[in-house]
Structures are given as structure tokens and as C-alpha cells.
Design a binder for this molecule. Structure first.
Ligand code: GCB
Length: 570
């Protein structure tokens, strides 16, 4: 099911009762928290209860809701009750926008399913399990890092656990519009190419796509699988651009159901070393963003949180954002779309992923499908990124190759990339090496010249050499500085603002000599929490590579990037 905001639903957000379960006792037969047992006879006792314990906000991470859970990595059980009026002709679904990392869901004492993956939505049909009147919903959430998890055991961010995004009870007719893909054809911007699919007992129905503002009506009929291919002429529209992020109301109707959504239309392609938006060459002026509100030390979870992060990106002069290192909330993407920001979305296939593990392929495929299913109608989303900083091995190469082709088979209207950091330096020459660049539509390179990799000792500018005839985006570059710190501008180890400003000045100078550079995304918008950053004076558990401090103060480097984006890259 897609476009949750367009459905008839009741929100299950709010305060939930929780049991903290550091030893994972609640899954065993004795404790069995999912049974939510109560003492009935005088001789009964139960050594747990949801009532009387802490209550946590949903959506929201659990690490930030109780001081003692700051670094917690284990299980928390959540419970809430809700009432429902059942009717014979309706179906009901429990929809979770994301639970980080593993979820087990119990309704009225029965397990209804589980899900692995912290950043994509999932749902369970509960039509036959709901009771009229009060229902009890229990969710076990576990955020332990796992060798075969995605991400794996190590990563450079604070991976807040919990029911981090919205929970809804969604109601549909017996046969409902489960999915639709309505975008311009890759080969012809005057055609809409896509599909509608229905789920339920009466799969063969007349359907209609209606775009009232343009007087467009397209009629078709779904087949016995419930699917109708959409292919129809679509002219005289205003294309979505960062300057004019035009969206149209699109109504999708079947005989038994209808839904409407704001959808934009644009094309995105690569031509040699150029990136073309609606046929015109563009330079992607971006910023990396984690889904965190640093001032509150928690996961971002509300529209105002997303708006704050994206307003900063706009102030910086960006026309695009790289949402790292996992799919962010779909509302974040929708707000970016309304603001005219193009979006790079990414899977959490990060650094130490255990590609050779037998279960990995299935998990990667599922995450990819969930991400694309959710956002495939977003005009803003122009890039699917498969991974970040992985190194060639037979299992890595075959996994990312398979994932590339799976992405294209699900959606051929966007560009696909992976961020690599394995270039080869020789003197002042930097060679772009990773052979998977020959497959990807765009080369994306994370390079930390001036920080992890000192500038070469030569009076010549660094020269970038690519054997691939493709556009390049520097998906990461930058360094660390503490806001207001100007102790020694010549030493990296003083975390000084001037040292960082110098890195940015030299980076932008270098960019002028790279004709195939078509985008730049500084690392990153705002300082972020990362438990591995242990310098006791300058870091204190924070990665200080933000252009803004954790309180939103502008470092000197911010002004350099803003000046370049606003005045030099138009
Ligand atoms: C990287 C990673 C990013 C880190 C960053 C850093 O290359 O992609 O996740 O946070 O470097 O600060 O080291």
C-alpha cells in the first residue's frame, strides 16, 4: 500500500506503555510479555505489566526518552489499545512507517508478523483479527546491531531505536487500489508510463486517471491479476523544477475505490558527463543530511523537524539534498519536493556490510523494494543510491550489480548510483577506480582531501582522472571543526574553524578544474551524534563535520559553501 496520507485512517501515534527488556526475557514462555497476562486468582502473580511503567511517545526513538536508555541496544516492548468499529465491507491494515530495527507485532495476543529493517514501511492486514470494541496491540522492538544487519555492526551515526515513525490503522474497501506508478516515460516526456494495481476479490474493474487541472482523463480496465498498464499522451503540462516545483492533483479511481495525490512530472537523464533535468544540464548543489535533530538529541520525527532541516538546506543555496545513509521519512521527501529540492535517497548498505552472508541478498532486495515502492511517484527523487563506501570483492560486486538491475527493473525513470571512496592517488593525480562505476549512471565519490587524506605536497591543483565517460558527484568532502574554536588554524587536531574553512576553499578551487563534475554535497549540514567519536574535548560523542554546530550556529565553512552555491554555481 502506498501514499498513506491519502487513505482513510486512524492514527495510533501518541503515548504507548513500555516494558524495558535488556535481557530479552519477554519472548520466553515464562515472562511472555506479548500475552500481557494479569493475575486472576488470589494465588496468581505476574512479574511484569505494561500499566504503571514508563510511557513513550510514538513516533519517537526510545534512546532519547529516558536518560538510562541513552546507549541502549536491546528490546523494548510497546503496548497500546485502540477501538474500532468493524464493518463487513471494509478491510483493515496496521501500517508502520518505520521501526528501528526489528519488529514483532502482536494483536490481541496473537503474533501477526515481523519485520527487519529500520527505515522503510511495512503493514499487516488485520481484518479478521480485529475485535469490535477494544483491541490490544503489542510491538517488540529490538535495535541490537547485527553482523548480518543492514547496516551491520559499525557505522558513523547514532542509530536511534524504537517505533521511530508513525503508526496507522488504515481502512479500505474489500478491493482497493494497492499501488500505482504515474510518472513520465523515460524515453518520451509527452507520455505517462506506469500502472495501477488492485487487491481484493474483484480484480477486474474499470479504472480512470484524472488530472483535473489539465483536463486529462485516461480510462482502462484491470486484468485478472488486478493490474492495468497506463500509457497515454500527456502534453502541455508544467514540468517540475527546483525553481517551479509544480505538482498536480492526480485522481486514481476504480469501481470500488479512489485515491488522490499531488504528483509532479519531470525527466532526469544522463548524457555523457552531463546530468539533464527536463533535457537541460544541471549542477547538483547539495548537502548531506542525517535524520536527526541535534538540539534535541533525537531522531527527527515531525514535519517541523523535517522543515527545519530542509530550510537550512535552502538557506545554504542548495537545489538538492542527499538524505543519508538510509531512507528518511516519506514526509521529508514530500516536503523537499514542495520546496523544490531534488532528492538522493539511499539504502543503509554501509561500509562493513557482510555481503557474503547467505541471507543478505533477500534483505537488501526487500529494503530496495520497500524504498522504491514508497517514493516512486516523487518527482523530487532523482537518484536511488544503493550503498556507501563498500570495497570490491566477488560478493560485493555481484550483490551491487544485481541490486542495480533490480532497481532498473522496478523503476527505469531515475538514476542509480553508489558512493565509493576507493580512488588512487599518485602525486597530484586522483584516479577514479572502482570498476562498478562502469555500471552506475553517475559516479559518486566521497573524498576527504585536506582531512583524512592530506593535500598532496605539490604546487599544482589535484587533477581528477576518470576513464568512465560519466558525470561525477562529490557525494562527500569536508572535515571537522568545533563552532567558535579558532585555536590553531594550521593544525587539524585543534578542531579549528579556520582549518575547516581552508579545506572548503581549496575544494571549491579544485572543482573548477574538473569538467565532468556535475554535483557536490559537503559532509554535512549539521554536527551529529556518533558514539565512536571519542575526543573528550572536541567531539564528546559528536561528529563535528557539520557546517552548522549542534545548536544550529553557522561555522565559517557554511559561509564559504553558501557563497559558492549562491554566487558561483548558477
Ligand atoms: C564517510 C562516511 C560518513 C562518515 C564520514 C566521516 O566517508 O560516508 O558516514 O560520517 O565519512 O565523518 O568520517
Amino acid at each position: 500500500m502506498i501514499h498513506i496520507e491519502g487513505r482513510q485512517s486512524s492514527s495510533l501515534n501518541g503515548l504507548w506503555n513500555v516494558i524495558i527488556d535488556p535481557f530479552d526475557a519477554g519472548s520466553g514462555d515464562w515472562a511472555a510479555y506479548y500475552k500481557d497476562r494479569k493475575p486472576l486468582k488470589n494465588s496468581d502473580f505476574v512479574e511484569s505489566a505494561f500499566e504503571g511503567g514508563p510511557q513513550f511517545h510514538v513516533p519517537g526513538d526510545f534512546n532519547s526518552q529516558l536518560l538510562e536508555l541513552n546507549y541502549y541496544e536491546s528490546s523494548i516492548w510497546y503496548k497500546r489499545t485502540f477501538n474500532v468499529q468493524k464493518t463487513e465491507d471494509r478491510r483493515f491494515f496496521l501500517h508502520f512507517a518505520a521501526v528501528n530495527y526489528k519488529a514483532e507485532v502482536y494483536l490481541n495476543g496473537s503474533k501477526i508478523g515481523e519485520h527487519e529493517g529500520g527505515f522503510t514501511p511495512f503493514q499487516f492486514e488485520v481484518t479478521d483479527l480485529l475485535k469490535g470494541g477494544e483491541n490490544s496491540l503489542i510491538v517488540k522492538v529490538n535495535n541490537q546491531r547485527m553482523k548480518d544487519g543492514i547496516p551491520g555492526l559499525g557505522f558513523d551515526w547514532f542509530n536511534y531505536g524504537g517505533i521511530t515513525r508513525d503508526v496507522d490503522l488504515i481502512e479500505t474497501p474489500k478491493t482497493y487500489i494497492k499501488d500505482y506508478f504515474i510518472q513520465l516515460a523515460q524515453h518520451d516526456e509527452n507520455i505517462i508510463d506506469g500502472y495501477v494495481s488492485l487487491d481484493g476479490p474483484s480484480k477486474e474493474q474499470d479504472i480512470e486517471i484524472n488530472i483535473p487541472e489539465l483536463h486529462v482523463r485516461f480510462k482502462s480496465r484491470t486484468d485478472k491479476e488486478g493490474k492495468a498498464i497506463l500509457k497515454f499522451p500527456f502534453r502541455k503540462k508544467t514540468l517540475w523544477t527546483p525553481e517551479n516545483p509544480k505538482l498536480y492533483e492526480v485522481r486514481v479511481s476504480a469501481e470500488t475505490d479512489h485515491i488522490k495525490e499531488q504528483i509532479g512530472f519531470r525527466t532526469i537523464k544522463v548524457d555523457g558527463t552531463n546530468i539533464l533535468l527536463n533535457g537541460k544540464s544541471i549542477f547538483l548543489k547539495g548537502i548531506n543530511i542525517h535524520e536527526e535533530v541535534p538540539q534535541r538529541r533525537s531522531r527527527a520525527y515531525s514535519e517541523s523537524d523535517y522543515q527545519m532541516l530542509l530550510n537550512w538546506a535552502k538557506d545554504l543555496g542548495c537545489n538538492y539534498v542527499r538524505l543519508v545513509h538510509y531512507p528518511h521519512h516519506e514526509k521529508m521527501v514530500k516536503i523537499a519536493e514542495k520546496m523544490g529540492l531534488m532528492v538522493w535517497e539511499e539504502l543503509p548498505i554501509y561500509q562493513g556490510i557482510d555481503f557474503a552472508n547467505t541471507g543478505m541478498k533477500e534483505k537488501m532486495n526487500l529494503m530496495l523494494k520497500e524504498m522504491i515502492a514508497r517514493d516512486k511517484n516523487r518527482a523530487a527523487t532523482i537518484i536511488w543510491s544503493l550503498s556507501n563506501e563498500t570495497y570490491s570483492s566477488p560478493s560485493r560486486d555481484s550483490s551491487l550489480t544485481a541490486l542495480y538491475y533490480l532497481t532498473k527493473s522496478l523503476d527505469n525513470t531515475r538514476l542509480v548510483t553508489s558512493a565509493f571512496n576507493n580512488m588512487r592517488f599518485e602525486g597530484n593525480k586522483a584516479y577514479i577506480e572502482d570498476k562498478l562505476n562502469s555500471l552506475m549512471d553517475i559516479m559518486a565519490i566521497n573524498q576527504y582531501l585536506g582531512w583524512y587524506k592530506p593535500w598532496p605536497e605539490t604546487d599544482k591543483e589535484v587533477e581528477w582522472i576518470s576513464k568512465f565517460n560519466k558525470p561525477l558527484i562529490f557525494s562527500e568532502f569536508g572535515g571537522e571543526a568545533v563552532f567558535g574554536n579558532n585555536i590553531d588554524p594550521n593544525r587539524a587536531s585543534s578542531w579549528s574553524e579556520d582549518y575547516l574553512a581552508d579545506i572548503y576553499m581549496r575544494q571549491f578551487k579544485m572543482f573548477k578544474n574538473i569538467p565532468f563534475l556535475r554535483g557536490a554535497t559537503p559532509w554535512l549540514l549539521v554536527d551529529f551524534r556518533s558514539p565512536g567519536r571519542a575526543h573528550p574535548i572536541y567531539q564528546k560523542g559528536w561528529n563535528r563535520k557539520g557546517l552548522l554546530s549542534d545548536r544550529g550556529e553557522k561555522k565559517k565553512a557554511w559561509h564559504i559553501v553558501a557563497d559558492q552555491f549562491i554566487n558561483n554555481f548558477n
